[in-house]
Design a protein around this ligand. Structure first.
Ligand code: SAH
Ligand code: SF4
Ligand code: F3S
Length: 462
């Protein structure tokens, strides 16, 4: 390839950790064609929106970001849409986002450098031909638009270079996609069926991370507990192998599905020192009828059995969840079952969202007699309960000493440092900015001085 001049890429990432990990992969791939990251859209030669489709709100956010970029970006710069909305909609998306030069789905990230080079060529040609829309970034010319979505999945996602934005902990994809078909969820459409990476590949990646100085890793999957089921293995086995890697001090995994979480997995977490006693297990609803219509394939009783076993083996474990409010037809009584379940479980944190109908999902076509106002009232009520429960749970950290991996200055207050305890709760730490460099990137002993539902405060223990 002929020598290329250095260029800048800006990526806005919406959605979950899968997208964050994909962003790091895109940055790694782009470095190979001399694109380097910038945090400023105005100076970027290429701006990428890594989109999320989980709720309508995320799609609206994508459009509003791109609209705002169009006002400030450099003449002759490129725009790409990646991620779940691109995968879901394919070329149809170009009718809605006219300025996109490149579309790239979640299954073909490794093709990004080729697509960028192709789009650069088309843009240069359009500018040379004095096509005014190309010169002024209006994007209504279709010649410069490259759109490529592979409908079928490749056998496996090829290994690609990664530019890690997270400097002190690292995401490691262990399983892609999801085999469940929850009736509200777009993820199977945007991420495809379950594909596990081999244990060897994962352990190799973790070993390289350890050599680079990473001490904490987060094993990722939409249904991480399904790890290995397609290749004759399981998550417990993977955890044991990753646990052997020298240099790694803390291991977390996300997101668990109650259906694939086994007692063996819980026992393995209890046994392995480096594995955080932290479980993110979305319940979605606390009523069996609603769970059935969601096609979640477990009952509230089964969910409670798992929680009880976790608490039996690890009384102090942290448990977090997700809940959907106002699923089509959810009655007030069914909603109250969810409220009661949250109180009984005693979550350390719980994400809540009003149900948002998604295209191509069964529930989107279902009748829904419950008004939007009623749903808003339910979520307000639920959020107050979640905060109360989480606040109560957080008190057990008060006056304890926690090992915190310090990530950097807090975004809200640069006089503070921020990091997470092993149980994943964010902690803000009072610390003279002159001393920040001494702690950033290191596991540090912190005494917890204040405990609230969503975050802790602490002081460094010398
Ligand atoms: N794989 C995980 C999480 C998937 S998406 C699981 O099975 O639990 C993350 C969260 O978004 C879900 O847990 C759910 O609470 C929420 N979510 C997914 N689809 C949604 C929709 N259509 N409307 C509202 N919330 C949704
Ligand atoms: Fe979506 Fe259900 Fe799969 Fe989770 S388990 S990603 S909610 S289909
Ligand atoms: Fe969103 Fe895609 Fe994740 S839809 S939540 S970014 S898998």
């Amino acid at each position: 390839m002929p020598a290329r001049s250095k260029k800048k890429v800006f990526i806005e990432t919406l959605g979950c950790q899968m997208n964050m990990a994909d962003t790091e992969r895109m940055l790694g791939l782009l470095e190979e064609i001399e694109y380097y990251p910038t945090e400023n859209v105005a100076e970027a030669d290429l701006s990428i929106l890594n989109s999320c489709s989980i709720r309508e709100h995320a799609v609206d956010k994508m459009k509003s970001y791109i609209g705002s970029w169009d006002r400030i970006r450099k003449a002759g710069s490129l725009i790409a849409i990646a991620g779940c909305v691109a995968q879901q909609e394919g070329k149809k998306l170009l009718h809605q986002v006219r300025t996109a030069d490149i579309l790239i789905g979640t299954h073909n990230i490794h093709r990004l450098p080729d697509l960028v080079i192709e789009a650069e060529g088309k843009l240069t040609e359009a500018i040379n031909n004095n096509i005014p829309e190309a010169i002024e970034n209006k994007g209504t010319y279709q010649r410069a638009t490259t759109a490529e979505i592979w409908e079928e999945l490749p056998e496996d996602i090829p290994e690609t270079p990664i530019f890690r934005k997270t400097k002190y902990f690292a995401w490691v994809n262990v399983i892609y996609g999801c085999n469940y078909r929850c009736t509200y969820c777009i993820v199977p459409k945007t991420r495809g069926d379950q594909r596990s990476r081999s244990i060897k590949e994962i352990v190799d990646e973790v070993s390289v991370l350890a050599d680079e100085g990473y001490e904490e890793i987060i094993l990722l999957g939409q249904n991480v507990d399904g790890y290995g089921l397609d290749i004759g293995s399981n998550l417990a086995t993977l955890l044991r192998e990753v646990h052997k890697v020298d240099g790694i001090k803390r291991i977390k995994f996300l997101t668990s599905h109650p259906c694939d979480m086994t007692f063996e997995l819980i026992e393995t977490v209890a046994e392995l020192d480096k594995v955080s006693k932290y479980f993110h297990i979305p319940i979605q609803a606390g009523n069996n009828e609603v769970l059935k219509r969601m096609a979640r394939r477990y009952t509230v009783e089964r969910y409670m059995e798992l929680i009880n076993y976790i608490r039996k083996l690890m009384p102090d474990a942290s448990i977090t969840g997700d809940v959907i409010v106002g699923f089509p037809g959810e009655t007030h009584e069914q909603f109250m079952d969810t409220v009661r379940a949250i109180q009984i479980i005693g979550y350390d944190a719980c994400n809540t969202a009003v149900y948002s109908p998604r295209p191509y999902t069964p529930a989107a076509d279902w009748e829904d007699p419950v008004s939007a106002t009623e749903k808003q009232e339910r979520i307000r009520f639920l959020n107050a309960i979640v905060t109360e429960v989480a606040d109560k749970q957080a008190q057990r950290y008060l006056n304890t000493i926690q090992d915190i991996l310090i990530e950097g200055p807090s975004q809200r207050n640069p006089d503070r440092l921020t990091g997470r305890i092993s149980h994943n709760k964010t902690t803000n730490i009072e610390c003279d900015p002159k001393l920040h460099d001494k702690y950033i990137g290191k596991f540090t002993k912190v005494k917890i001085t204040q405990a609230k539902a969503w975050a802790l405060r602490g002081e460094i223990v010398n």
